[in-house]
Structure formats: structure tokens, C-alpha cells
Ligand binder design. Structure first.
Ligand code: GLN
Length: 258
């Protein structure tokens, strides 16, 4: 039996800044290379709530404030409910920059009114205004959220160090939700408390673009494993892939940022 994976891509045309679509391609290719069949489902304005319910893993990218506002106004009612149900039911997902902002309680853009989010992640995000310095640059952080950190260590035998690139004006403040990790280089959620991202059920929220998954392929494999195991209710051991180039790129980048 060929296992099938449906990747739900949140608002592909409005939310894909800084190469975030690379996360979708990375998941797709790493699944196909192992012989799984893959379908990519666009969860955008014309999509029905039922489409949100049919996916096995969800990817959401970043957006500028304007596009993010359009998405936040569209993602209400039945669609919001379907997304909420999926994430509460442990569907794995990766959400970058603008996406975690909209999964939180609210986002206050640089100009204009506060926009309500889904309230799924117990966090708030605020842009300090058009004059404020943006948080831009390479970011390095160690994943500390459990059980994620433990599971990643089991996959790779190493500490889960993530390399990314951030570019955000909004600052995120966590309430009860666990941080994804601790920053060693860069700003992270707000440049003040040292936290980066958030982790809730099986959802990874982060400010790291890069795109994240090709730069940190072990996170892509964790998402694939979780998605397939949840769908097929059986343990899935992913065949190793040739990641030498990705690993060399990681080592070079870590050295440069030391
Ligand atoms: N609009 C958000 C901000 O500037 C998100 C930016 C992004 O996704 N890159 O904070």
C-alpha cells in the first residue's frame, strides 16, 4: 500500500514571503523520495472549510501586514473552526512569522486597528509602529519545547539547533503557550525575552524563514513522521536521505554566525 500525504498550504498567494513555499516543496520532495504519494491542497480564499479538514499536515508562511489582514478577515467562521479542530486534534503543522501571529489572540499592525486572531495559541503580537526597527537577520536557536526536543534528538542523535532568517516588525509575547526554543543569535519573538516561536500540540510556530525546512531537514522529517503515523495509526520509520549538502550548509552557516 502506498501511503498518501495531503499537505494543506494556508493562503499560498497571500502568505509566502521570504521563500516560505520552500517548506511545502521540501515536505513534498522528502515524502516522494521515500515513495509516498503527495497532494498539495491550497487552503485559500475560495477553499471550503471541508478542505481544511482533509489535510494531514499544515504549512503556513509569512505575509506583510496588508496581506495578513486580508487573510485574518477571511479566516473566520467555519474555516477557522476547521483549522482549530485540526490543530487541537494533533495534526502537525509549521507556521512561520505572519501565520503564528494570526493563530494567536490578536495582531496589532504598524498602522490601523488591532485584528483578532484565532486565539489558538496563547500569545499576542504587536507591531510597535512604522518608525520602529524591524527584527531582521539570521537567527539561531535551540528547540527546547518538549516532547518535540526529545523526539528530534531521537531522530538525529544531536541537539536540535535551528538556523533561519527573520524579518518581522511585529513582536510576539507568549502567555501560557510553551516557547519553541531559546535564541542564541538574532531577535526571536521580540528581542527582549530570548524566546523564539511557540509549540502547541503538534504545531510549530516560528519567526524563522529560510525557508525553515530545507535548512533544517530534521524538522521536515519530524512533520512527515507525525503526519503519517497519525493518519495510518502505525509506526513509520523514514528511510534516511542524502542530506550531506544540507548538513554542510548548516555547518558553514553556524560557523559564520558563531
Ligand atoms: N506582518 C508581520 C510583521 O511584520 C509578519 C511579517 C512576515 O511574515 N515576514 O511582523
Amino acid at each position: 500500500m502506498t501511503m498518501e500525504l495531503r499537505i494543506g498550504w494556508l493562503y499560498p498567494t497571500l502568505m509566502s514571503t521570504y521563500g516560505d513555499r520552500g517548506n511545502v516543496i521540501c515536505l513534498q520532495r522528502r515524502a516522494q523520495w521515500r515513495g509516498f504519494s503527495v497532494e498539495i491542497v491550497a487552503l485559500d480564499q475560495p477553499a471550503e472549510a471541508s478542505a481544511f479538514r482533509q489535510v494531514d499536515v499544515i504549512v503556513g508562511g509569512g505575509a506583510q501586514d496588508r496581506q495578513q489582514e486580508i487573510v485574518m478577515r477571511d479566516l473566520r467562521g467555519a474555516k477557522a473552526e476547521a483549522l482549530r479542530e485540526q490543530l487541537e486534534a494533533n495534526t502537525p503543522g509549521v507556521f512561520t512569522c505572519g501565520s503564528p501571529q494570526l493563530l494567536g489572540h490578536y495582531y496589532e499592525p504598524a498602522q490601523g486597528q488591532r485584528i483578532e486572531g484565532l486565539g489558538l495559541l496563547d500569545l499576542v503580537s504587536k507591531h510597535p509602529g512604522p518608525q520602529a526597527k524591524r527584527c531582521i537577520g539570521n537567527v539561531v536557536f535551540e528547540i527546547t519545547a518538549e516532547p518535540l526536543a526529545q523526539e528530534l534528538r531521537a531522530l538525529t542523535g544531536e541537539s536540535p539547533i535551528v538556523i533561519g532568517f527573520e524579518n518581522h516588525g511585529g513582536r510576539t509575547y507568549l502567555q501560557s503557550v510553551a516557547p519553541l526554543g531559546k535564541v542564541s543569535k538574532g531577535y526571536g519573538n521580540n528581542g527582549e525575552d530570548g524566546y523564539e516561536g511557540a509549540f502547541y500540540r503538534q504545531a510549530i510556530a516560528t519567526y524563522a524563514h529560510g525557508p525553515l525546512l530545507p535548512k533544517n531537514p530534521f524538522i521536515a522529517d519530524w512533520l512527515l513522521k507525525k503526519a503519517l503515523e497519525r493518519k495510518y495509526q502505525t509506526e513509520v520509520a523514514l528511510a534516511p536521505l542524502e542530506d550531506q549538502l544540507a548538513n554542510q550548509a548548516r555547518a558553514a552557516m553556524l560557523k559564520r554566525l558563531e
